[in-house]
Ligand binder design. Structure first.
Ligand code: HEM
Length: 293
């Protein structure tokens, strides 16, 4: 298993020493492999999940759903108005016109009533069965990938060295926020505090919560782990949490992409594809400049 020295390349098939001191081996092959596996899995799970949502485009809190209950917190639909059909999105009873994207969409003259538009779902046409097969297939890949990432990161030290929070991280937080706000990026071996928080939040909060709420919705899992449903406030609440986690992951993804673009996409992409990353040259006092991305 690979291990890292602070700015020393590691011996190994894909880690031939570099003559350039600022080029370091930063991401192990396990980090890279699992990163791309969960990125691909999440892509398919998002689009197939939106198709599954389209089959019943409302979210509720509690165990029950239906006309006799007043527990809808989110809905996407279409309604007839004096000017023709309009799409709407309703959040806690507040309605927004989302015609063209949510509720009522399609090519001009061929619009139909569907919650998420065809370009945002897999398959693009209505097919709940296929969407479920795709969703569950990638759910297994994602869950296995996370376990592989955890075991590899414990063994190769990635978790302890790169992601575990330290007292220093707290002290550095205000400066990190200011640096990010000024789009001032430092390229070092270590993740900065905001990165640790974001990656830790995704890997230890959002993705596990996504898997647990997914399991809580599965009837076969209800038989194996009946307490899971109650623990999450009922099947409908589990579905609502599952959806909220999806929105948070999409938010993470957008910020992740913006940060990569701002920090230097070639260098960032090289590190998550090949492992090699170019750090800032050492400052005059001999120390490398301190913070990263
Ligand atoms: C849903 C999709 C994605 C998720 C959930 C995700 C999540 C993450 C996480 C958790 C890490 C830290 C991994 C670790 O240290 O073990 C990471 C690192 C990274 N990701 Fe992603 N990622 C996604 C998509 C992408 C895509 C599409 C790209 C490239 C275009 C990308 C580029 C990177 C890079 C360059 C790093 C390393 C950042 C650094 O070393 O400073 N990610 N990502």
């Amino acid at each position: 298993m690979e291990s890292f020295a602070r700015s020393q390349p590691i011996a190994g098939a894909d880690t031939a020493p570099s003559k350039d001191a600022t080029l370091i081996y930063r991401q192990s092959r396990w980090t890279r492999l699992t990163h791309w596996l969960w990125a691909i899995s999440l892509f398919f799970m998002l689009l197939s999940g939106l198709q599954i949502f389209n089959a019943r485009p409302q979210l509720y809190i509690g165990k029950e759903s239906g006309f006799t209950y007043n527990n809808t917190v989110f809905a996407i639909g279409a309604e007839n108005t004096a000017t023709g059909p309009r799409g709407y999105t309703e959040i806690f009873g507040k309605r927004f016109d989302t015609t063209g994207v949510l509720g009522w969409s399609g090519p001009a003259g061929q619009e139909t009533s569907r919650a998420f538009p065809s370009w945002a779902t897999i398959p693009s046409y209505y097919d709940l069965g296929t969407a479920r097969v795709v969703h569950f297939f990638f759910a297994w890949i994602l869950s296995t990938t996370l376990i592989v990432w955890l075991v590899a990161s414990l063994i190769n030290g990635h978790l302890r060295r790169d992601l575990a929070p330290r007292i220093d991280d707290l002290k550095r937080l205000p400066r990190d926020i200011i640096d990010h706000a000024k789009l001032k990026f430092h390229h070092t071996r270590e993740y900065n505090t905001l990165q640790k928080m974001a990656y830790g939040g995704v890997l230890f909060v959002l993705l596990p919560l996504m898997i647990i709420t997914g399991l809580a919705m599965s009837p076969s899992m209800n038989a194996v782990l009946p307490f899971l449903n109650d623990l999450l406030g009922g099947r409908q609440t589990a579905r609502t949490i599952h959806f909220i986690v999806m929105v948070l992951l999409v938010g993470f993804f957008i910020i992740h992409m913006l940060m990569i673009l701002a920090a230097g996409p070639i260098n960032e992409l090289r590190s998550i594809i090949t492992g090699w990353y170019r750090t800032d040259p050492p400052a005059h006092d001999g120390k490398s400049s301190e913070r990263s991305v």
